[in-house]
Design a protein around this ligand. Structure first.
Ligand code: GDP
Ligand code: MG
Length: 324
């Protein structure tokens, strides 16, 4: 199987993995929206229950309900308004591209959120799309973290820059960027440590890493992806807020959507950080990373499609042009 075919196969598998989110959020919403008999108040009450159950969050749910309460109408009439409101909450991600050679992607987040896995998945994705990735093991805090990324790199056939356990993460990143520049790699993906966000040392360490990268390329990092575990709900949001204060986040990667049924987190994340969700993780495998498209996501949840009946699936689109 060619890399392209593997990628395409992976993407087909992905849409099945979102079954939990569809069951928990999508299906109840669709059922509710198809009941013309409900009074507006009963409709809003049921909507509140569904949104809260799917981790959309209290504040956001209240905002949505307040808006809909002001609009008079049946479920069917409120449906396009709900769709529009949900879409407004989700910042549009930019087209997937690598703006510089090498493009430097920093992967940050709390421990266990899925950083290392996401770094490997991103590298694999770009490799499958014909790009030359390089990985950097800048989580030097635990020896196992370096090993974990090294195993991914070996399995996927992606070069890795690493140093010994305990090395300065900024030094690893500096080395890696120099290597990426020398080899004309297309993209450097830097995995980082995620120990407690509330302790300043981690933030200071990450800020130093950024400063050091900028000595080699003043425009780096081109992407700073905050990795959030959807399964941990709002706790992850509270914790991760610290990263947003210290780093120029350009995107969120929402992981473990396959197991959590908490697709509502997508809205809470977007509303809290105002940063677009760029990818979602829907499994532990290298291909199980999906570009995030707000319209497809909302349409999949509501069972709506402006033009036709077709968009029932959360359909991935291919970056860098369609695969042949
Ligand atoms: N089901 C599922 N598991 C994931 C996903 N992303 C990461 N994981 C798992 O979450 C655990 C922690 O991931 P890891 O990348 O080590 O997190 P890190 O501490 O942030 O680097 C590992 O067991 C991963 O296999 C995902 O999208 N879906
Ligand atoms: Mg890690």
């Amino acid at each position: 199987m060619s890399l392209r075919e593997q990628l395409q196969r992976g993407l087909r598998v992905l849409s099945e993995r979102l079954a939990h989110t569809r069951e928990r959020l999508g299906a109840p919403l669709q059922k509710l929206l198809s009941r013309p008999d409900l009074s507006q108040e009963a409709f809003l009450q049921e909507l509140e229950r569904i949104l809260l159950g799917a981790d959309v969050g209290v504040e956001l749910t209240e905002r949505l309900l307040q808006y809909l309460r002001q609009q008079r109408g049946t479920a069917q009439e409120l449906k396009p308004l709900l769709r529009q409101q949900l879409l407004q909450l989700l910042p549009t991600p930019p087209p997937e591209q690598l703006p510089a050679t090498p493009t430097v992607v920093l992967v940050v987040g709390v421990n266990g959120s899925g950083k290392t896995t996401t770094a490997a998945k991103l590298a694999w994705r770009w490799k499958c799309l014909g790009k030359q990735p390089l990985l950097a093991a800048a989580d030097t805090f635990r020896a196992a973290a370096i090993e974990q990324l090294a195993q991914w790199a070996e399995r996927l056939g992606i070069p890795l820059i690493r140093q010994q356990y305990g090395a300065d993460p900024a030094a690893v990143a500096y080395d890696a960027l120099r290597a990426a520049q020398a080899r004309a790699a297309d993209v450097l993906i830097v995995d980082t440590a995620g120990r407690l966000h509330t302790k300043t040392p981690l933030m200071a360490e990450l800020e130093k890493l950024v400063r050091v990268l900028r000595k080699l390329d003043p425009t780096a990092p081109h992407e700073v992806f905050l990795v959030l575990d959807a399964a941990t709900g709002h706790n992850a949001l509270l914790q991760a807020a610290g990263f947003a204060r210290h780093l120029p986040l350009t995107g969120v990667v929402l992981t473990k959507l396959d197991g959590s049924a908490k697709g509502g987190m997508a809205f809470a994340v977007a509303a809290q950080f105002g940063v677009p969700i760029r990818y979602v993780g829907v499994g532990e495998g290298a291909e199980e990373l999906l570009p995030f498209h707000p319209e497809s996501f909302v349409d999949a949840l509501l069972g709506t499609d402006a033009a036709s009946e077709q968009v029932q699936e959360w359909r991935p689109q291919e970056p860098f042009g369609k695969p042949s």
